[in-house]
Unconditional design. Structure first.
Length: 199
């Protein structure tokens, strides 16, 4: 199978895994169930992913790639770093609180080995935070913001943007926000950020 066709087929299989994860949780989602619903052979899944953890790690990586691509898409040339940050905030928040990210975090919480949690940290926070930090450093260099007196600027922004919303979504105490709610929370986070970091 050509690589592009294989990648497309893997995304189809992973979409099925998301469906089963939502219906049955991490423990109830088996490779065989994914294979049956995706109309793929169990052997193919084991050959491509190794095991269930490998399947979910692949899903984590694909989701992180989607977040990075979305962030790249909303960073057109010619905008100031602060304007780019205004555009990035709602996109990032929407993806972090979206069903896929929440499903993966729920799966990680059910994985006693911690492997999925480490994969989420590596594919998500550890790859997205440097992108934000780069925009922040450009904003500092342009005199648009100043770094906080204590701590790093990018984690501060993430704290203001996301707070405890993601964990509340994971444990089911916060419903999925609509687009207007995400936009409003992003505006509030930006206002709080500027109150703390304006020059």
């Amino acid at each position: 199978m050509r690589d592009d066709k294989r990648q497309a087929r893997m995304r189809e299989i992973e979409a099925v895994a998301y469906e089963l994860l939502a219906e049955q949780g991490y423990d109830g989602t088996s490779m065989l169930a994914v294979a049956k619903r995706a109309r793929a052979s169990n052997e193919t899944l084991y050959r491509w992913y190794g095991d269930k953890k490998g399947l979910f790690v692949s899903m984590v990586r694909a989701n992180a790639d989607a977040v990075r691509a979305a962030l790249d898409h909303v960073e057109p040339a010619g905008l100031s770093p602060l304007d780019r940050l205004h555009r990035l905030a709602p996109v990032l928040l929407g993806m972090l609180l979206g069903e896929r990210a929440i499903s993966l975090n729920r799966a990680a919480a059910a994985d006693a080995t911690g492997d999925l949690g480490r994969a989420i940290a590596e594919g998500g926070r550890e790859s997205i935070l440097p992108l934000l930090a780069g925009v922040m450093q450009e904003a500092i260099a342009a005199g648009e913001v100043v770094p906080p007196k204590e701590g790093d600027i990018a984690p501060l922004f993430m704290h203001l943007l996301v707070g405890d919303q993601q964990i509340r979504r994971v444990i089911g105490t916060l419903p999925a926000p609509g687009e207007a709610q995400v936009a409003a929370q992003a505006r509030i986070a930006m206002a709080q950020f500027m109150a703390l970091c304006a020059p």
